[in-house]
Ligand binder design. Structure first.
Ligand code: NAP
Length: 466
């Protein structure tokens, strides 16, 4: 293995998680002007986190951000330690022995639940699992999603729900030119889905999706988009809120949705229907314990805390036959052993990235957070850049005034020996570039940006030149 030899005098920072936040943080630290080095730890052999395993395969341009991550990886003082699980191969205490600061950029690894009867029936899945599966995440390649049904409900109207609905509506030939996982390509090509319902519990003015994403739903080759006029007619409270804020984004969204409501179906193979002001109250199973229908309750909007309009159920119900349900109601952070956790918000309590013992409490010296585990699962990839800058500046300030950790180990190479003893299949940046070259070469042959290798043993075989 070749590793750069960081200067002995530099302060060493361990960053846990090689997604966008981890890279943005590393970049800011390495360009801070302080003598700092960064070791980026990643559980998988592959870098880029949600850019590789979350961004929709048909949104290839968004993935170009990895070019700037590659530049960061090329900076002096940067090392990548892939296929290393913090908690299994190395503990937080071990990290404290080697580094002046440790920053967690571990994202929001799980999904929120609906907590309704039938949520765990066969055919009811979290959107995050489906997304990871179709993006070729190695933890999900054995999952199966039965797409031999006519109607699917996607619960939630955020951008993840929009991604899922769009991928379900794409034609096989559209998907075949993306880096969608091969197993998903086969399954989606055989899909018998005719209608996808996107279901929002509040109204169109409160929907979490962004305008370019919802507009794209109206441009699908393989699906007619439909919206009910009565469900996008704004109630008095939404009208008043819109008039008061004069929010151009919401006005534009209303134009897009009104255009959808004015359309007549043009006979495309699928239909994508966006519904509003409906909450799922039960998933109804068939005799075999599989989802057969979804029971929805109508909502009206009322004023909640801090002038937020919230959904209040009314006595009106609707049952729609569906064979598959994806709940897409947001991600949630996962606690890290040995660190405090705010169970209400699903984040690690912090002040501008400096970890606190509890919200508003004392600092945990030398430990930091950035990204979704710091602020919650909100914003687009770019949102993580200023967020990472804030944390990086705290780290640089603290370590340069001696307020970081005091690692027992002084040799920057000691961590490599330590990791090799715990994980013989340690993956370096050079190893990743070999894997990347094989994936992109295989993709080029098939007319695709890349062909993802779906399991860790297969990735390691490629890296080891087998
Ligand atoms: P999100 O934006 O927070 O949307 C969650 C949706 O779930 C909202 O519509 C929310 O409604 C709804 N919801 C929550 N609890 C519910 C319940 N109990 N019953 C029914 N509906 C419920 O989350 P996300 O879609 O997972 O996206 C996460 C972040 O990634 C977002 O910032 C998103 O913009 C970003 N992202 C961006 C892109 C892109 O730029 N193309 C793609 C994917 C993801 P309420 O508003 O009523 O709570």
């Amino acid at each position: 293995m070749t590793t750069d030899h960081p200067p002995q005098s530099a302060h060493r920072v361990a960053v846990i998680g090689a997604g966008p936040s981890g890279f943005f943080l590393a970049e800011r630290l390495l360009r801070s002007g302080h003598p700092l080095t960064v070791d980026l730890f990643e559980r998988l052999p592959t870098p880029y986190g949600l850019v590789r395993y979350g961004v929709a395969p048909d949104h290839e341009k968004i993935k170009n951000v990895t070019r700037s991550f590659d530049k960061t990886a090329g900076r002096p003082g940067f090392r990548f330690f892939g296929n290393v699980h913090v908690g299994t191969h190395i503990s937080l205490d071990d990290l404290k022995c080697h580094y002046h600061a440790v920053c967690f950029a571990t994202g929001a690894a799980t999904d929120r639940q609906l907590n309704i009867p039938g949520e765990h029936l066969v055919g009811s899945h979290s959107a995050t699992e489906f997304v990871a599966w179709y993006n070729g995440h190695p933890d999900y390649h054995t999952r199966a999603f039965d797409l031999s049904t006519e109607r699917v409900a996607v619960i939630g109207v955020g951008n993840v729900a929009v991604d899922v609905a769009r991928i379900l509506c794409r034609l096989p030939e559209e998907l075949a030119v993306t880096d969608l996982a091969d197993h998903a390509l086969t399954a989606l090509a055989a899909s018998t889905i005719k209608e996808v319902l996107l279901i929002g519990r509040r109204g169109p003015a409160q929907a979490a999706f962004t305008n370019p994403e919802v507009k794209e739903l109206g441009e699908l080759i393989g699906a007619d988009v439909a919206v009910r006029r009565d469900e996008i007619t704004l109630d008095a409270l939404s009208e008043a809120a819109l008039a008061a804020s004069d929010d151009a984004t919401v006005r534009r969204r209303m134009e897009i949705l009104t255009d959808f409501a004015n359309r007549t179906p043009s006979g495309k193979p699928r239909r994508l229907t966006i519904r509003f002001l409906l909450s799922p109250v039960e998933l109804i199973g068939d005799d075999a314990g599989a989802v057969a229908a979804i029971r929805l309750q109508r909502n009206r909007l009322v004023e909640g805390k801090q002038n937020r309009l919230v959904a209040e159920p009314v006595d009106q119900f609707e049952t729609i036959p569906v064979g598959l349900v994806f709940r897409s109601v947001g991600y949630r952070g996962v606690a890290i052993p040995g660190l405090p956790f705010d169970d209400v918000k699903g984040v690690i309590p912090n002040d501008a990235g400096r970890v606190l013992e509890c919200p508003g409490g004392l600092r945990v010296p030398g430990i930091y957070v950035t990204g979704w585990i710091k602020r919650g699962p909100t914003g687009v990839i770019g949102t993580n850049k200023p967020d990472a800058a804030e944390t990086a500046d705290c780290i640089a300030e603290d370590v340069s005034r001696g307020a970081g950790l005091s690692p027992r180990e002084q040799d920057p190479e000691a961590i490599v020996k330590f990791l090799r003893a715990r994980q013989s299949a340690l993956v370096t940046w050079a190893d990743w570039t070999r894997l990347d070259a094989v994936e992109t070469a295989n993709g080029t042959t098939a007319g695709r940006p890349r062909t993802k290798i779906p399991t860790i043993p297969e990735m390691l075989k490629v890296i080891q030149g087998a």
